[in-house]
Design a protein around this ligand. Sequence first.
Ligand SMILES: [Zn+2]
Length: 338
Amino acid sequence: MNSYSRRRRRRQWYVGPGGLLAVLAVIAAAVLAVVLFQGCGTDAPPAGEDTAQTDGDGQTGGQDDRQPGDSQPQEVKTSAGVSCTLTDLGEEAIYTGELVLVNNWTLYHFPEEQELVSIYAEKNDSYYVAGSEVYLAPAAMEALNAMLGDFTAQGGSKSVNVVAGYRTEEFQQHLFDQSAEQNGLEHAQQYVAQPGGSEHHTGLVVDLSIYHDNGTSEEYHGTGEYAWINGNCQNYGYVVRYAEDKADLTGIANEPWHFRYVGVPHATQMVKEGLCLEEYIDYLKDYTADGEHLMIECASGTYEVWYAQGSEVYLPDSGDYTVSGNNVDGIIVTCRVG
Ligand SMILES: [Zn+2]
């Protein structure tokens, strides 16, 4: 696992001699900008007005007595009146959890250890799995059993075959190289995620296929009897991650077989608002601890949600809640309130 992060860091931070000059020029420009900005200090609006506006929640009224630069409010409570305490969860928390966004320009941060279970060992009898080496994170595993168990219970045939789950970075590299070899580099870049850029690295994703009793198989399109799965997956915490009309945002063409686990409340809200994960991560930023909280009604209850930039986040002093990083810049708190 260490070699992955070393390799990734080197890719990100390597700067050639020309690049070094460019970096120095940027630093010089930034220093100049700071000096100029300070020189214009007398043009700045009065501190009180400015800080009230940067909160962006419109709820501070005229009572804002915070000092410039002091962006933390004195007291945060849930809608039920539970006090919250500002807690630093550490930078790693930004890159961990069920809401992490992973795509070709938001690479996965591989953790030292990842908890995974074998689908073959854990699955119920309502579906197939392509082999004993297909793995999932435990929460995604439990949700998969519930979803496909209910699919057959309501009349679906036992024909769903889980053909992919967790993927290592090496395996994604292998898929990419294989595609490049067979179809050319341009094709691979367009259709296969870069190593580190595949959601499958999270262990929160399954790809489905169809397997018939007579031994034949076919691609899964989520139509016919399988439309039940694509139409109800959010009630189990899964979303159909790559829709045709979001391809310009996700970078991936229509994939009705690729399901991503984000938990029931967030999957429900994403479907309700018609947002892909790229959009949803931005949408959540409107809901901060000291602003309006997002309330979500879903199959598993009522939830109150807020986002915090960075690793310092307000957590309820009591009650049932989960936290997840967004793999971009902050953390989302999801509290069960009913
Ligand atoms: Zn997939």
